[in-house]
Design a protein around this ligand. Structure first.
Ligand code: SF4
Length: 438
């Protein structure tokens, strides 16, 4: 029996690409291997947004040389964002000669043909498209969860934030047709899925590139309640594309959760401008105000970068002030690291590593305090929780997520997939504790 193992690095787009890769392999008769040694096919789905995952891929694939010598029929493949960069392709050719197949983000659907070719010829095959083709619909996806599913609605990004490699490796924004998205979600609902997360690097730019006049708000209205799906989330939204119509749709639609991931990145207008983010801190703060007025219980999460080139202590303090003012429920905090090929990597005034480290500690300390405060404000409330099952870390307890996407640990029992009311009794920085309502 042919067996595969996929190693996924990076964001939810990559996680979902791996589900599609697994779906294609299952159609070819492959099964998932429990561990690396029983697999005939190893696939590394890579990320290039930061340097560390790239380093890990070269290290881990490099270490497979011995396994490959012991099992010459083993096929090792690398795909994903990292291989869309010509210099990394060159590096793979030089440093990883035991890799059999390299394919990119635009030609995942070609995997069955590429694998057949590698098996037939026994030769190394690199097929990376440097431009995006049209969207390929109907690819299978072997989703891992059974309860919650990722659904791509738009591919690529046209924003060109100066620190970000995504527009270069994922191409221009291309939206799927609403009907195709609806059909996929109907299929998921029929299989028992309860929640979908609509995915896009810039999800709320959905529709701008389509011939038919449809916005992301329109799409949410079309998808609300599809096939009995109970919850709809989406990520990642750009502040610039957060229209009042979209805020209104989020407030009006029953199945759209009160959760918004809205990257701020920095609180200094000078740095936001250098990042090419397309908004000022004042515009971001006023946007958050409008969102909270319309959807008072919304959980707001964000992304923040410290140490962007040219960031002074004063710029950084402005980030702290804006974060304090908006009080996000949680934040992904990043130390800026230059990505070759981006505009910011060529900026001369890079910030010393020790300064970046000091700033990230201060930012995390502030965010942890704010997260705890926000969670404390929920103690005593009753939250609708989608039950995920027994807790992996708290024996005898169960876990689930609120509509705001907060993790709740509670005393069960409760069946996976049910939506149950839970009274929140205790708050921690990263989770809530509660009890099932009678
Ligand atoms: S919006 Fe900016 S940060 Fe996000 S993927 Fe596009 S270029 Fe990158």
């Amino acid at each position: 029996m042919a067996k595969y193992k996929i190693f996924t690095f990076g964001c939810q787009m990559n996680v979902h690409d791996s589900e599609v890769i697994a779906g294609l392999l299952r159609q070819l008769g492959y099964e998932e291997a429990d561990d690396l040694t029983e697999a005939n096919l190893l696939i590394f789905n890579t990320c290039c947004v930061r340097e560390n995952p790239e380093r890990k891929v070269f290290g881990r694939v490099g270490n497979l040389q011995r396994l490959k010598e012991e099992n010459p029929k083993l096929i090792i493949a690398i795909c994903g964002c990292m291989v869309q960069q010509p210099e990394q392709l060159e590096r793979i050719r030089k440093e990883l000669p035991h890799v059999n197949l390299v394919f990119g983000t635009h030609n995942i659907h070609r995997l069955p043909e590429l694998l057949a070719q590698v098996k037939d010829t026994g030769e190394q095959l690199f097929e990376v498209w440097d431009t995006e083709g049209s969207i390929v619909e109907g690819l299978p996806a072997a989703r891992l969860d059974g309860l919650k599913a990722f659904v791509n609605v738009i591919y690529g990004c046209t924003n060109f934030c100066t620190y970000c490699i995504v527009p270069y490796v994922r191409g221009q924004e291309r939206s799927r047709k609403p009907k195709a998205i609806r059909r996929e979600i109907e299929g998921l609902a029929a299989q028992g899925y309860k929640e979908v997360t609509l995915l896009g690097q810039n999800v709320n730019a959905y529709g701008k590139d389509l011939d038919e006049a449809v916005t992301f708000a329109d799409l949410l209205r079309m998808l609300d309640g599809t096939g009995g799906i109970e919850r709809i989330r989406f990520t990642t939204s750009h502040p610039r594309d957060m229209s009042d119509d979209l805020i209104g749709a989020m407030g009006d639609l029953d199945t759209v959760c009160e959760h918004l991931h809205l990257p701020l990145q920095a609180g200094s207008n000078r740095i936001l401008n250098r990042m090419n983010r397309g908004y000022t801190k004042e515009q971001y703060i006023s946007l958050v105000d409008r969102i909270r007025k319309r959807i008072p219980h919304i959980a707001l999460t964000t992304d923040l970068i410290v140490g962007f080139p040219g960031e002074t202590e004063e710029d950084f303090e402005q980030t702290l002030q804006v974060v304090e003012e908006i009080g996000p429920d949680s934040a992904f905090t990043f130390i800026y690291s230059p990505r070759p090929g981006t505009v910011a990597a060529k900026m001369e005034d890079q910030v010393p590593e020790e300064v970046k480290r000091d700033r990230i500690y201060r930012l995390i300390e502030l965010q942890n305090r704010l997260s705890l405060q926000r969670n404390h404000s929920l103690v005593g409330s009753i939250q609708e929780v989608l039950i995920e099952g027994p807790s992996q870390t708290d024996p005898g307890k169960y876990t689930g997520r609120t509509r705001g996407n907060k993790l709740v640990i509670f005393t069960g029992p409760a069946d996976r997939g049910l939506l149950m009311p839970i009274r929140i009794t205790e708050a921690q920085t990263w989770s809530l504790h509660g009890e099932l309502m009678p």
